[in-house]
Design a protein. Structure first.
Length: 301
C-alpha cells in the first residue's frame, strides 16, 4: 500500500500542534471541497487525503502510532503484542541476561517478518501472523433525486472501479460499509473494508426529515376563504388536493405515503406535509377595494 505522508498533505511538520492541524485542515478542506471544485478528480482525491490526514493527526493516540509505524499504524497494537511475546521468548532463551531490552535490530527483524522479509524467523512464529488490511474512507456526492429509487452506480476508489447498489432512502451523512474493498491484508490476512459516506444535495422545494417531506404551498385568499381544489407537485408526480373553506395561514395538510422511501423497506414511504401560505392580493382596483370595505362593514369592522 502506498505510503501517504499526512504531515505533507496538510503542509505541516511533525512538531505541529493540535491547533496547527485544525487550522491547516479547515483551510485546505475549504479549498478542495467538491462543492467548490465540481467534477475535479484531482481536488476530490486531495480532499479525501486531507480528511484522512486530519482523522489521524487530530487524534493524539492515532498520531502517536502513525509517527512510530507510518502506513502500518493501524496494526500498532498487534505489533506491540507480538513484540512483547518475542521479547518474553528471548528472556527464556538467554538465561542470565535479565532485563535485556528489545533492540532496534530485533525490532527490524520482527518488522521484516511481518512482511515476509528475508530475515523472518519461523521460530518466533511472527511471519505467520495475519493482519487485516487498512480500511478506506470515501465520500459519495449525490442529488436527492438519485436516492429516491434504488439504483446501481460505479464509483472509483484508489483507482479501482467498484459497482455498488445504492438503496432508496439513504440519508445525508449516512455511512455504509463494503466488506473487503479496503487495503490488502498483511501475510495473507483479510482485506480491509470500504466506508462510504453519502453527501446528499437538495435543490428541490422539499425539505427532508428522515422519511418525511415538507413543502409550502401558496394559495390565494379566495380559495382560503371559500375552499376549493388545487393540483400540486409531490416528489414523484402531481396530485389534486381539496382545500377546506376558511383555511387559515399556516394550516398543515398531511399526504400519507407521499414522502420519502424508507431505507431498505421496499414499498414503504414517509408522509408529505403541506403548509399553506395565503397570498394577499396586490394592486387592487377601486371596485375591489369597495367590495372589501363592504365586506368589512358586514363583519363589523
Amino acid at each position: 500500500m502506498k505510503f501517504i505522508d499526512y504531515y505533507k498533505v496538510l503542509g505541516l511538520t511533525k512538531s505541529a500542534s493540535l491547533n496547527d492541524v485544525k487550522k491547516a485542515y479547515r483551510k485546505l478542506a475549504r479549498k478542495h471541497h467538491p462543492d467548490v471544485n465540481p467534477n475535479d478528480k484531482i481536488s476530490e482525491e486531495k480532499f479525501k487525503q486531507i480528511n484522512e490526514a486530519n482523522e489521524v493527526l487530530s487524534d493524539p493516540e492515532k498520531r502517536k502510532k502513525y509517527d512510530q509505524y507510518g502506513k502500518d499504524w493501524q496494526h500498532a497494537d498487534a505489533f506491540e503484542k507480538a513484540k512483547q511475546q518475542q521479547s518474553h521468548q528471548r528472556s527464556h532463551t538467554y538465561q542470565g541476561r535479565q532485563g535485556e531490552n528489545f533492540s532496534e535490530e530485533d525490532f527490524s527483524s520482527f518488522f521484516e517478518s511481518m512482511f515476509g522479509g528475508q530475515r523472518a524467523s519461523g521460530r518466533a512464529g511472527a511471519g505467520h501472523v495475519k493482519f487485516k488490511g487498512q480500511d478506506f474512507n470515501a465520500s459519495l456526492h449525490l442529488d436527492i433525486k438519485e436516492v429516491f429509487t434504488t439504483h446501481k452506480k460505479t464509483i472509483e476508489v484508489n483507482h479501482k472501479k467498484i459497482r455498488i447498489t445504492i438503496p432508496a432512502g439513504v440519508e445525508n451523512g449516512q455511512i455504509i460499509k463494503l466488506k473487503g474493498y479496503g487495503g490488502e491484508g498483511i501475510n495473507g490476512g483479510p482485506k480491509g473494508d470500504l466506508y462510504i459516506q453519502f453527501v446528499i444535495q437538495n435543490n428541490t422545494p422539499f425539505k427532508r426529515d428522515k422519511n418525511n417531506l415538507f413543502k409550502t404551498e401558496n394559495i390565494d385568499i379566495y380559495t382560503a376563504v371559500l375552499g376549493g381544489e388545487k393540483t400540486i407537485e409531490t416528489f414523484n408526480g402531481k396530485v389534486k388536493i381539496k382545500i377546506k373553506p376558511e383555511t387559515q395561514n399556516g394550516t398543515k395538510l398531511k399526504l400519507k405515503g407521499k414522502g420519502f422511501p424508507v431505507y431498505k423497506k421496499h414499498g414503504q414511504f414517509g408522509d408529505l406535509i403541506i403548509t399553506f401560505n395565503i397570498e394577499m392580493p396586490k394592486h387592487l382596483t377601486k371596485r375591489e377595494k369597495e367590495l372589501f370595505n363592504e365586506l368589512a362593514k358586514l363583519r363589523g369592522k
